[in-house]
Design a protein around this ligand. Structure first.
Ligand SMILES: [Zn+2]
Length: 155
């Protein structure tokens, strides 16, 4: 028999205790590491796109300038997961037009520099209904491969 230690997927601690069963009678575990921000987890998450390691890979690929389609294909996860992970990442920020409209130009510092080569990648996904696609366009500077800005919209 082979015994594998159960490790917390968030902090990799092995201080893990059983934490009851889910509605679908899957074993739930609890992380007993007091420094860990997550306590409950299941061993085989239903969808690997939610694993912290995958979220980090998405952001790493985004910072390297990978297109959403490349990331989706490379990590075998859904475009929605890729977009949600990128939107949560503070290194990849957008400036919403609604915010710009409320700012006085004197209060805004603009940092402007020329990007040697940039690309705009288009990607769409559905939010709720199939007839309401949302498009997402990140503008990517090829060198150093940072996302310069992105826009979400209906077309
Ligand atoms: Zn933990």
């Amino acid at each position: 028999m082979i015994l594998l230690p159960v490790l917390c997927p968030h902090c990799h601690s092995d201080h893990v205790i059983k934490g009851g069963k889910t509605k679908t009678s899957r074993q739930r575990y609890k992380c007993a590491n007091p420094a860990c921000p997550h306590d409950a987890f299941q061993l085989d998450l239903q969808y690997k796109g939610h694993l912290p390691a995958i979220q980090q890979d998405i952001v790493a690929m985004g910072l390297k300038g990978s297109g959403i389609r490349d990331t989706t294909r490379g990590l075998k996860i859904s475009p929605t997961t890729v977009m949600n992970a990128l939107k949560k990442e503070p290194a990849l920020t957008s400036v919403p037009p609604s915010l710009l409209a409320t700012l006085h130009p004197d209060d805004v510092d603009v940092m402007s520099r020329r990007a040697e080569e940039a690309e705009v990648d288009a990607m769409w996904s559905f939010v709720g209904k199939k007839n309401a696609p949302r498009w997402w366009w990140p503008a990517i500077d090829h060198h150093p491969g940072k996302v310069l800005a992105y826009v979400c919209g209906r077309h």
